[in-house]
Ligand binder design. Structure first.
Ligand SMILES: [Mg+2]
Length: 295
């Protein structure tokens, strides 16, 4: 009897290791209405909480650092900032002359993760609240953290003699708090108007092309790094573009070779213009499929 029991026990244990864990039973609704329990979104779980998210960002930052080092070793003639009026059909880049080299970074979900305010808004059951965000810009220092891989990469970039510049849509009115947040996260001591450029520095609102042009008056920009396409060029944010059209624009002959070669997008599945698209926009009609035995 024992001889047969043991193999069966092992078989059962092996099955337990591979079988999907059954979902816990749904909680029974309380009679009194309790406040909803805060929970992270799937995008937040992946980005801020997962090993995979951390690894993807470290990989991205390593690629940024290696590219910038290569540019510092072999100085380019042209910047990676598009010239005014450039398009996918006529992509022209600003000339570098003998200007010092710089790499330009977005701040939010590029240099830093906004953990404090993200958790707070989840607890409040809100998506995005401009008032809460403004408070965060003023008082959030110490509660935002450097993105995995960023600090090592920034050290390599600075060691290569390339200036690190931040171009962010945080408000110029909160320059002091924004600089304090970046400093507390260890990314550097940035100076407004010199190495830190903010929304409100010009009359272009959240468009960043004007600030990129201002930075380019002093520097040859060898890398643009962000989590959203507006961190690269404003033309990607044209309101008329559907998600597939926006995606197609990034693959145009002039722009496609730039990804990983001066233009870098870091993963952010938590928020932003990338979180968009209908069923037909996300899933091409050519891949339509039905199971043989639908429920
Ligand atoms: Mg960002």
């Amino acid at each position: 009897m024992k001889r047969y029991l043991l193999p069966s026990l092992f078989a059962l244990l092996a099955a337990c290791q591979t079988a999907p864990v059954p979902a816990p039973a749904a909680p029974v609704a309380a009679e009194t209405s309790a406040p909803p329990v805060a929970a992270p979104t799937p995008g937040q779980q992946w980005l801020y909480g997962s090993a995979e998210g951390r690894i993807a960002l470290v990989q991205g930052w390593n690629a940024v650092a290696a590219y910038v080092e290569s540019r510092a070793a072999a100085r380019p003639n042209a910047s990676v900032v598009l010239a005014p009026g450039a398009s996918a059909e006529a992509a022209e880049f600003l000339p570098c002359g003998d200007k010092p080299l710089a790499a330009v970074f977005d701040a939010d979900e590029t240099l830093i993760w906004n953990l404090g305010v993200t958790a707070a808004t989840q607890r409040m059951g809100k998506a995005f609240d401009p008032k809460v965000w403004n408070d965060w810009e003023q008082t959030g220092a110490g509660k935002a953290v450097a993105i995995p891989g960023a600090l090592d990469a920034l050290a390599r970039i600075r060691a290569a003699g390339v200036e690190v510049i931040v171009n962010t849509n945080r408000s110029a009115g909160n320059a002091e708090g924004n600089a304090a947040t970046l400093s507390a996260a260890g990314t550097g001591n940035f100076v407004h108007g010199s190495t830190l450029f903010l929304r409100g520095d010009d009359d272009q609102g959240s468009g960043k092309d004007g600030r990129r042009a201002t930075i380019s008056e002093t520097y040859c920009v060898v890398a643009l790094v962000g989590d959203q396409l507006g961190d690269i060029a404003d033309l990607f944010n044209a309101k008329s573009l559907t998600p597939p059209e926006r995606k197609a624009l990034t693959t145009s002959a002039a722009f496609d070779p730039m990804w990983g070669n001066g233009w870098f997008i870091l993963a952010n599945p938590a928020y932003g213009p990338s979180i968009a698209g209908t069923m037909v926009e996300v899933f091409p009609a050519s891949t339509y499929w039905e199971p043989a035995s639908p429920e």
